[in-house]
Design a protein around this ligand. Structure first.
Ligand code: PBG
Length: 332
């Protein structure tokens, strides 16, 4: 459809911008608490809330504190909490067995939240990096990140998470064929209701830096993730990955990072019309917080504007570290 506009002064576009009442009447998009997925970091211990230095306002919490946070999130109307474990370095190994242990940190936190706050959906992350001595999302053999053995491990990890009670499983590993393998294994294990939110278009981005600090993977990571995450120069490739993951049984798809990849969000939504999510990643969050702390931008306004951009780009929801803050802003 071609946009039409009458010539001036028949059209005076500023008429519809004059008052807040009129602006709200013509507003095209809205940000709701229903759009929010809140990523949180879990650590061991009890009663612990430990700030993450490179992500001002973000804290690692022990399981009891995560349960409290989930309660607060549910009370704010946030529908989903997404768990990332900060794993003790002594539990990192070459075979990553801790990843599918039924009582690893992530699985214990899932169980505790589902028991205390059943109304919030729990999302978990599938990738070997928190448990891998090499810091990679897959197994490393002679310097190569090998695909098929990694998928076998990732499938075990996904099933353990479903068993622990995860509602949504988020494979962030970018190995080939993992979505299909996980879907089959989940069906076979009786977890036919478990959703797969595929990190389908995940780029090899420098914006993940602060996250790797938060989960303690920065020190461990040897090399980079360019042989499995997408080249930031590519766009058609992202669409192929989305299509593949949908064909393999993904219920929802994600574009990651967020703001630098809004063009991909729009293409995905227009092409497939499926539930589409973006991850406003740690580096995006850290940039906004750092500038706000210096008084260079109005942090609250930039937060809302940055999240509205995702709605405008066609996203159905956003993973954001701002979730509780923006929920409070929306709820007034
Ligand atoms: C790891 C994973 C990463 C993020 C989510 N899951 C980092 C990476 O791929 O190195 C990044 C999230 C963020 O930066 O906020 N599988």
């Amino acid at each position: 459809m071609k946009p039409t506009i009458a010539p001036f002064p028949l059209a005076r576009p500023r008429r519809s911008r004059r008052t807040e009442a009129i602006r709200s009447l013509v507003r095209e998009n809205a940000l709701s608490v229903n759009d929010l997925i809140w990523p949180v970091f879990v650590r061991d211990g009890e009663g612990i809330e430990e700030p993450v230095p490179s992500m001002p306002g973000v804290i690692r919490r022990s399981v009891d504190k995560i349960v409290e946070a989930a309660r607060e999130a549910a009370d704010l109307g946030i529908p989903v909490i997404c768990l990332f474990p900060y794993t003790d370095p002594s539990l990192k190994t070459e075979d990553c067995a801790e990843a599918w242990s039924p009582d690893n940190l992530s699985n214990r936190a899932t169980g505790a939240i589902k028991q205390a706050v059943p109304e919030i959906a729990v999302m978990t992350d599938v990738a070997l990096d928190p448990y891998n001595i090499n810091g990679h999302d897959g197994y490393v053999v002679d310097g190569e990140i090998v695909n098929d053995p990694s998928v076998e491990a990732l499938v075990k990890m996904a099933v353990a998470q479903a068993e622990a009670g995860a509602d949504i499983i988020g494979p962030s590993d970018m190995m080939d064929s993992r979505i299909g393998a996980m879907r089959q294994a989940l069906e076979a294990a009786g977890h036919q209701h478990t959703l797969l939110l595929s990190y389908a278009a995940k780029y090899a981005s420098a914006f993940y830096g602060p996250f790797r600090d938060a989960v303690g993977a920065s020190g461990a990571l040897k090399g980079d993730k360019k042989t499995y995450q997408i080249d930031p120069a590519n766009s058609n490739e992202a669409l192929r990955m989305i299509e593949r993951d949908l064909n393999e049984g993904a219920d929802m798809v994600m574009v990651k990072p967020g703001m630098p990849y809004l063009d991909i969000c729009r293409r995905v939504k227009d092409t497939f019309g499926v539930p589409t999510y973006a991850y406003q990643v740690s580096g995006e969050y850290a940039m906004i917080q750092a500038a706000a702390q210096n008084g260079w931008i109005d942090g609250d306004k930039v937060m809302v504007e940055s999240l509205m951009a995702f709605k405008r780009a066609g996203c159905d929801g956003i993973l954001t570290y701002f979730a509780p803050a923006v929920a409070k802003a929306i709820n007034g």
